[in-house]
Design a protein around this ligand. Structure first.
Ligand SMILES: Nc1ncnc2c1ncn2[C@@H]1O[C@H](COP(=O)(O)OP(=O)(O)O)[C@@H](O)[C@H]1O
Ligand SMILES: O=C(CO)[C@@H](O)[C@H](O)COP(=O)(O)O
Length: 474
């Protein structure tokens, strides 16, 4: 049996799966936590990867590996390959003013037409503008810029040479200085942000391309003792999730740290409102995507606030009536990106002496988080996606309350594949693809799904829209 590994270096943790390359059957897995915060030294991701790999039984019998990771994080390296400063993550909003000025300088229409994105604080390009303005010495020292998954792949390669940095089209498409139609970087946009474009950027590899990775020296599992592990191009976590869940024509909603609504498309989205980002996928197509900053951790925070665990939070939410008797949570606890309100905070609306109960607050948290995503579903539909059903993945998709309330808020049936590490699975499937080559990834058997159906409760979204509008009108 040939084994492949997939890594998900996400915001909160690093997960590794080792699977049978031919069938996709899970053989081993491991995980390790990442530190909190929106500014993280990449060395923490490296240590977590080492722990997660060890937890998953190591790589000595693994033929190929791909790394998927949280998108957009700015990793700056100097000419010796040293990290210049802590990486600014996708959910770090300090570059909001830089995003606004970059948007004004070219106009939202031009950004959307040229690269399919309108700058928001999440995107790497805005972080580079922030660096140039606020830390000019660090900007000057920067000789290469890459993303979290690129950096981990490069560390696994172990050459230390900046020219060995590689990435893939899906993650490059979230930088703000890559055109996923021509598949080329756009130096003038990089220069607009950083003041120069003479930095090394990772080479874009095709979906099944690979480079030599770490040595399998010491392996006693067959093969030559000097063989290396093949390293695939990797991918942004959302593109990898689509590959892992076998998205097909469904819209996928992921409830991790971020809330993501996405679909596969043959054309790049060009949404000048900025709600839908025109990313690329991990197979050569496109991945229109709407992303909120507030998903699973809204439930974490509400559970803390109510002094209960996540299982009890779910029970409480399901014990309340749809609409939570008028209690509405606008869940902008980390600021928000969709809509673009980086300085917003969360709010509870509609409290009265009778409805102020833990059950209604728990329900309002679940409904509010899902309503934030429903806005993304509408926007994806406007971009041409066929929203007739949703596939739900990510950490919070295991919550019974989330599963049962989602169809009431989204207004379409919701299918939940068996809980699994779909980002890491997608990375593993890409790794298997490096072994088979060809135009499409190997077909893997997908896990069974459970389907949830319910009448849409339109008043939930109506009340939420009214409460959220209070921010927009400020
Ligand atoms: N039973 C549950 N109910 C609700 N949320 C859950 C549950 N189990 C895990 N989560 C949440 O899922 C989140 C992690 O999901 P994950 O998709 O791994 O995130 P990320 O990829 O952003 O690191 C955590 O915030 C965690 O609290
Ligand atoms: O910024 C985005 C997508 O544009 C996020 O989806 C990040 O890619 C982080 O993902 P998670 O850690 O929440 O899975």
């Amino acid at each position: 049996m040939t084994l492949v590994a997939g890594v998900d270096s996400s915001t909160q943790s690093c997960k590794v799966v080792v699977r049978d390359a031919e069938t996709g059957r899970l053989v081993r897995e491991g995980r390790a936590a990442h530190p909190d915060g929106t500014e993280v030294h990449p060395s923490h991701w490296w240590s977590a990867l080492q722990s997660a790999l060890a937890d998953a039984g190591g790589l000595s019998d693994v033929a190929a590996l791909s790394v998927a990771g949280q998108q957009h994080g700015m990793v700056c390296l100097d000419e010796d390959g040293e990290v210049v400063r802590e990486a600014l993550l996708w959910n770090d909003t300090r570059s909001a003013a830089a995003a606004a000025s970059l948007t004004d300088e070219l106009g939202a229409d031009t950004w959307a037409a040229r690269i399919g994105l309108v700058p928001v604080a999440s995107f790497t390009i805005t972080k580079l503008r922030w660096l140039a303005q606020h830390e000019p010495a660090n900007a000057k020292r920067t000789a290469a810029v890459c993303l979290p998954h690129d950096w981990l792949t490069w560390r696994l390669r172990g050459t230390g040479s900046l020219s060995d940095l590689v990435t893939d089209r899906s993650d490059a498409s979230g930088t703000g200085y890559f055109d996923s139609v021509s598949n080329e970087y756009v130096p003038d946009l990089l220069s607009l942000a950083l003041g120069r474009s003479d930095v090394v950027l990772p080479q874009i590899l095709g979906p099944a391309e690979w480079r030599d990775g770490p040595s399998r020296l010491g392996s006693d599992a067959g093969g030559r003792r000097d063989e290396t592990v093949r390293l695939g191009a990797g991918a942004g976590d959302n593109a990898a999730a689509m590959l892992g869940v076998g998205g097909g024509t469904d819209v996928v909603v992921s409830l991790g740290t971020s809330g993501v609504v996405t679909a596969t498309s043959e054309v790049r989205a060009t949404d000048a409102s900025g709600i839908v980002a025109g990313f690329a996928d991990a197979t050569g197509r496109y991945l229109p995507l709407a992303c909120t900053l507030n998903a699973a951790r809204v439930l974490d925070a509400t559970a803390r606030m109510l002094g209960v665990d996540l299982a009890r939070l779910s029970d409480l939410a399901l014990s309340a009536k749809p609409g939570a008797e008028g209690v509405v949570m606008v869940p902008y606890l980390e600021g928000e990106r969709t809509p673009n309100l980086p300085d917003a905070t969360g709010a509870l609306h509609g409290l009265t002496l009778t409805n102020a109960t833990p059950a209604n607050i728990a329900r309002a948290a679940v409904e509010g988080m899902l309503c934030g995503l429903a806005v993304g579903l509408d926007a994806l539909a406007e971009q041409g996606a066929d929203v007739t059903g949703v596939r739900l993945v990510g950490g919070a998709a295991v919550s019974p309350a989330v599963r049962e309330i989602a169809p009431m808020v989204f207004g379409v049936p919701v299918t939940v594949p068996a809980p699994d590490e779909y980002v890491a699975n997608g990375a593993a499937r890409q790794a298997a693809w490096t072994l088979t080559g060809g135009a499409t990834p190997p077909e893997w058997t997908l896990a069974d799904s459970t389907r949830y159906e319910a009448e849409a409760v339109t008043e939930i979204r109506a009340r939420y829209g009214d409460a959220a509008q209070r921010y927009l009108s400020r």
